[in-house]
Design a protein around this ligand. Structure first.
Ligand code: ATP
Ligand code: MG
Length: 134
C-alpha cells in the first residue's frame, strides 16, 4: 500500500468481505474493520504507507501493519484521545481528531505498538473469535 488516501480503507473492506464469508459475527467484523481501518489510515497519513498482513486463525484475527515512517516518539502520549500531529491539509479532509489509536484500543482485544523513531512502526492488532453460543 502506498501513500494514497483514496486507496486507504480498501484492505479493511476486503477483509470484511472475507470474514462475512467465514460466518464471523457482525459485531466482531465491525470491531475488526474499525481497528484495521484506523491503523491503515494512520499508516498512510503519518508514515507514507506500509505493508499489512492479516491472519485469520481458528480463534484469532491477527493484523500486523508495518511501516518505515518516522516512528512514534511517545506511544503513551499518542494513545491519548485528542492527541494528533496531523497537518492542516489532513485535518481539512476530516482526519486528525486524535481518536484513531484510542478507537483501535477500544475495539480490539490486544493492541501492540512497536515503534522506533527514524525507523518505523509495527502495529499488531488481535481480536479473539469467540464460539457462537449454542
Ligand atoms: N504509523 C504511524 N507512524 C507515525 N506516527 C503515527 C502512526 N500512527 C499514529 N501516529 C501518531 O500518533 C498520533 C495519534 O494517532 P491517532 O490515530 O490516535 O490520531 P490521528 O491519526 O492524528 O487522528 P484520527 O485518527 O482521529 O484521524 C498521530 O497524530 C501521529 O502523531
Ligand atoms: Mg489516526
Amino acid at each position: 500500500m502506498d501513500g494514497d488516501l483514496a486507496q486507504a480503507g480498501a484492505a479493511s473492506s476486503d477483509i470484511k468481505k472475507k470474514l462475512r464469508q467465514l460466518g464471523v459475527s457482525s459485531e466482531l467484523i465491525r470491531r475488526t474493520a474499525i481497528s484495521m481501518y484506523e491503523a491503515e489510515i494512520n499508516m498512510v497519513i503519518h508514515a507514507g504507507g506500509g505493508v499489512i498482513d492479516v491472519e485469520i486463525l481458528p480463534h484469532d484475527i491477527i493484523i500486523v501493519l508495518e511501516d518505515h515512517g518516522p516512528g512514534i516518539p511517545d506511544v503513551e502520549l499518542a494513545m491519548k484521545e485528542g492527541y494528533s500531529t496531523a497537518p492542516h491539509s489532513v485535518r481539512e479532509m476530516g482526519f486528525g481528531a486524535g481518536m484513531g489509536l484510542a478507537n483501535m484500543k477500544k475495539n480490539s482485544d490486544e493492541l501492540l505498538i512497536d515503534s522506533v523513531v527514524g525507523r518505523g512502526t509495527i502495529v499488531t492488532i488481535r481480536l479473539r473469535i469467540r464460539e457462537a453460543a449454542s
